[in-house]
Design a protein around this ligand. Sequence first.
Ligand SMILES: [Zn+2]
Length: 421
Amino acid sequence: MPRRSLLAAVTGATVLALVTATTPALAQPVAPGAPAAGQCSDEPRDLPVHEFTDHRELGVELSRIERVSGGAVDVTEVGRSNRGREVWAARVGTGPKAVLITSEIHGNEKTGTDAILRLLDFLGTSDSPKAERWRSEVTVVAIPKMNPDGAELDRRGNDMTWDEVTARFPQLRGSEPAWNYYTTPRQGDDYAQRPGFDVNRDYNPDLSYEPKAEDFPGTSADTGWYITPESRIVRDVYKGLVAEFGEVDTYVDLHHQGACYVMPDDPGRFVTLSISGKFVDDPATTPGYEEYADTYDLDYSKQLNVAVYNALQGRANNNPLFGNITLYPQDTNLPGTGLGSFALNGSGAVLFEVRGQTQTLGQKYRAQLTQAVYIGLDGMLSSIASGQVENLDPAVYDTIPPRGPSIGDAAERRSLQVLEP
Ligand SMILES: [Zn+2]
């Protein structure tokens, strides 16, 4: 596959060592587990990712967890990707609060899948009081690697052509393709040969929406259409949970962002993780969205994010990496994202944006970044299960430091802004 030719012949570690050696002024003392910011690049490269869980391994691991859990974890195939790969949901717990967690909607953002597997293993096999409380108070439904075609290609978009869309939805023949249809190179991937969609612009808060020709090509500020099988699968799981529980208490979507953001008060520290609970403008004051004003609960999303933040700050003494947490930019208005659409339907919403996608960091910090996601999920679930989340002050959310600037290459930085979350 032709991609990421630049620097492909040497490993990321070698590159870092080379550039650092030529710029001693930027070298920082390196705390254990906390790589100091020095040189950083968002330029796409070919880097190994085999330590992450691929689609085949995911199936094996989910089966194993289901087996050893003795019935606590139930794994089902909830649909197939456009190229026919299984999409699985794993369900554990019998509590009244439904928590939906998804990962790898962008296939080059992989730590979330590994964190989910660890979470399922704990929830399914531990007889600790903590695990028992989680299982009795919460019902967790996880859809790891929800875009398996993109994940196998190790790229952001899914693997689907506009012709395939119009074959499924004949009413769209003759329409201009959706604005989020990728046909040109980005992030080092050749979409000209294999086009695809950003699945995370394909959601619509109207959970019964079917694609209409007059709604294309759309824009980032508009809702999506459920034209991809992957977004429809998650939508259907979400609707099923609404039918069963009345609402989905919490929706978490696990992503990665650019590799080179630094803390606002310290350009020597990279941002490990940015979080957010806000994805859309206030529906009460947004024309066309008034119907969602009563269900939308930004304060609850803020409380959930505070639980995530507190858990990570509590671990910062052990590992400074977990102290480098910021808010994701709060000026996003993306109703076509899963988080935006489900937040409008009343779910508390939490975005994780881990440092660096695979084309910039590969698997280099896999274990630590996966651990950061796990700690955040652990803190959030503990807070939901105990009810403490209701006592957290939403105003604390607004005191979480904002993300600092990116110190990466300017050209790549510009393109990043349209490639998040
Ligand atoms: Zn993403």
